[in-house]
Design a protein around this ligand. Structure first.
Ligand SMILES: [Zn+2]
Length: 323
């Protein structure tokens, strides 16, 4: 449970408050004395980052809200068990950039929960309505206009590039240090250590990919623009801009035509993609499909280097596909 003070009256008040699902403190800092703090993360990559930053900090418990098989949180609906996890927490770490559309509900129900937004202040790429492929007519599929501005104006998949991951890790580290000043030094030290590892991984990948000449690729989900930018890959086409959204037959035919004309080296899907459009495009174009990992799913308890290991695998895949 939360903090317990000596004064019985205060204690009673706290018990009443916590049983109503509210927090006890109006301070912007989280009270960590004696009972520690619980941090809930929205989904898998935020969990890995936060675990690294808090790894040896006593009294800090990190729990992950969405089941690790959930994947990206586009249009995610919270379950009662998710809400229970949020209710236990003092701090919540989210990606932001519109990915967690349920966050407004959480803020409403738990106004005192400290929210840390990993993408805060970062420069974001445009969302699906404006990828630079030039096929303007094809992008005019109907969308709820009220949703459009809010959710699709930026691409939220910042963590999929290592540079984006580094920026998010630094952001989480700094905001955690501010929320919990007692442990600030440890958070900063862990952040710095983890960032060094991530930088080394980025360096390794950039070096390994230096000699690649044809960098024209096609992807099946909007997860990879940051990754592609980092490694100078030229995304000719994105087949399904959103998870679960399929292009119409006409759109698909247009995309296939464009791929055939564009000297595309490889098609990249992700482990979460279960549609058979991938096979159709591969068959129609004669281009092989490979799997890149946007690091949104993994085991219940990933090891601290899970993100780096996933990127290592992605490097092997790129080398195999683009050689
Ligand atoms: Zn996604």
């Amino acid at each position: 449970m939360k903090l317990i003070r000596i004064l019985p009256i205060l204690l009673a008040a706290i018990l009443i408050l916590t049983s109503c699902g509210k927090t006890y403190s109006k301070n912007s800092n989280v009270d960590t004395e004696e009972n520690g703090i619980t941090i809930v993360t929205s989904f898998y990559p935020m969990y890995i980052f936060t675990k690294n930053i808090t790894k040896d900090v006593n009294g800090v418990k990190v729990i992950n809200m969405a089941e690790p098989k959930t994947g990206c949180l586009h249009d995610y609906q919270m379950t009662p068990s998710d809400m229970k996890k949020v209710e236990q927490a003092d701090i919540m770490v989210i990606n932001g950039a519109g990915l967690e559309s349920f966050i407004e509900k959480i803020i409403k129900e738990r106004p005192q929960l400290k929210i840390i937004e990993a993408s805060k202040g970062l420069e974001l790429l445009n969302g699906e309505s404006s990828h630079e492929s030039g096929d303007i007519e094809e992008d005019e599929h109907e969308e709820d206009s009220e949703q459009k501005d809010h959710e699709h104006s930026v691409n939220a998949h910042v963590w999929v590039s290592i540079t984006g991951a580094i920026a998010e890790v630094k952001n989480i580290g700094e905001q955690l240090a501010a929320a919990d000043p007692d442990n600030a030094e440890k958070y900063r030290k862990n952040t710095e250590e983890y960032v060094k590892k991530l930088e080394a991984q980025r360096e390794k990948m950039l070096n390994a990919l230096k000699g690649i000449e044809n960098r024209n690729i096609v992807t099946f989900h909007e997860a990879f623009p940051y990754f592609a930018k980092e490694f100078d890959l030229n995304v000719i086409e994105i087949i399904e801009t959103e998870e679960g959204s399929s292009p119409s037959a006409g759109e698909l035919a247009g995309k296939i035509k464009k791929i055939k004309e564009s000297n595309v080296k490889a098609l990249f899907t992700d482990p979460q993609n279960v549609t058979n459009i991938v096979q159709t495009v591969s068959k129609e174009t004669g281009i092989k499909v490979y799997e890149l990992d946007p690091v949104v799913t993994g085991p219940e308890e990933p090891d601290l280097d899970a993100y780096i290991k996933a990127m290592d695998k992605n490097l092997d895949v790129l080398l195999e596909a683009l050689k």
